[in-house]
Design a protein around this ligand. Structure first.
Ligand SMILES: NC(=O)C1=CN([C@@H]2O[C@H](COP(=O)(O)OP(=O)(O)OC[C@H]3O[C@@H](n4cnc5c(N)ncnc54)[C@H](OP(=O)(O)O)[C@@H]3O)[C@@H](O)[C@H]2O)C=CC1
Ligand SMILES: CC(=O)N[C@@H](CCC(=O)OP(=O)(O)O)C(=O)O
Length: 313
């Protein structure tokens, strides 16, 4: 079986990485538009109509336009933008986040690819909420650091234009980041988390942290139960690894680059039983499991192909 795939926005930071993962595959027939036509609505409409699955790697407005252009066609979508991540009728494309999500993705017509930061946050928080260890009303805080490719072509140009870049900078200081509704919705939280993002002077990679006091968890919850809830949620997953408590305790540092260059997601539980302090941490590549790798995983699931085909394990 060959799946006809059109990558709309294939010349951008996320799109190029998807094309890299798909271009060598015999089970995918890839359509890309030339530089002269890639923003031409008529050319895009034709390519969308001819595709089994279109992957949108576009700004939000252009992603909405692509969906409208294909309104008369049975084209299935994977949208990497923020446009549809809390939209009715769209399946949230985080295969591991709910037990039945893979089956839903196999049938879905419109799939929203998760945001990079929400991928780390949700991977840590959702299993704890689902297991009843963390009440939905808990006011959470999450700190996260991204490689600068997370800001797309414009931020890459800013970091690589010859002007000495900042080593590390916090942003989102208005506390209205576009990822917060997505984090709240898919974690099943009643209260939006405080989100403190930052960019580091490295091209790719991501570190997302959720610090917690054990006292914020349901009465009597232990560190071992927190770890077990995560380990159970991702048991058998080819991409998500829950590091053992002993291996986490042996670490003296955790870097943004931990799994950069792969499509993996690693989860850590750091704990001090004396103080009851926990630091839950996730590492991923913003362009791997945070974007392009997840899009290819979703494509595989939607098309009935092996889940990790073309991925960087
Ligand atoms: N970078 C990342 O780590 C992640 C990105 N995403 C999301 O993926 C999407 C793409 O991001 P990213 O790849 O970083 O962004 P880039 O800016 O690197 O790429 C966007 C691409 O879309 C093209 N484009 C813009 N408008 C149109 C249009 N009307 N028709 C066709 N093409 C158009 C741009 O062309 P041109 O440059 O010529 O304007 C560019 O090639 C965004 O919605 C982003 O939020 C999601 C998760 C992580
Ligand atoms: C470093 C940086 O600027 N990151 C972007 C998020 C990455 C991105 O654009 O992806 P999404 O589609 O998941 O929003 C931001 O904070 O807006």
């Amino acid at each position: 079986m060959t799946v006809k795939v059109f990558v709309d926005g294939g010349a951008g930071t996320t799109g190029i990485e998807i094309v890299d993962r798909l271009s060598q595959r015999g089970d995918v027939a890839l359509t890309l538009l030339s530089d002269a036509h890639r923003k031409d609505s008529a050319a895009r409409a034709d390519a969308l109509a001819a595709a089994d699955i279109a992957i949108l790697c576009l700004p939000d407005d252009a992603a909405r336009e692509a969906v409208a252009l294909a309104a008369d066609w049975p084209t299935r979508f994977i949208d990497a933008s923020t446009a549809h991540r809390t939209a009715t009728g769209w399946t949230y494309g985080f295969a591991e986040i709910e037990p039945d999500r893979r089956a839903e993705l196999a049938e879905a017509r419109t799939v929203s690819n998760p945001g990079c930061y929400p991928t780390g946050f949700l991977a840590l928080v959702r299993p704890l909420v689902r297991a009843g260890l963390l009440a939905a009303t808990t006011p959470l805080v999450t700190h996260a650091t991204s490689g600068y490719s997370g800001g797309g072509k414009a931020m890459v140009a800013e970091y690589e234009n010859g002007t000495p870049p900042t080593a590390f900078r916090g942003y989102g200081l208005s506390l209205e980041h576009k990822h917060v509704p997505e984090m709240q919705r898919h974690a099943g939280l009643a209260v939006p988390p405080i989100f403190a993002p930052a960019v580091a002077n490295t091209y790719r990679g991501m570190l997302v942290e959720v610090p917690l006091h054990l006292s914020q968890l349901s009465g009597g919850t232990t560190v071992a139960q927190v770890h077990a809830a995560l380990a159970d949620a991702y048991a058998g997953s080819p991409l998500v690894e829950v590091v053992s408590l002993a291996d986490s305790a042996a670490l003296s540092a955790l870097t943004v680059e931990d799994v950069a260059g792969t499509d993996r997601l690693k989860l850590y539980v750091f704990a001090n039983p004396r103080t009851g302090h926990l630091r839950l941490a996730a590492t991923l590549d913003n362009l791997g499991k945070g974007a392009s790798g997840a899009a290819v995983q979703n494509l595989n699931l939607m098309a009935g192909l092996p889940e990790t085909e073309g991925l960087r394990l």
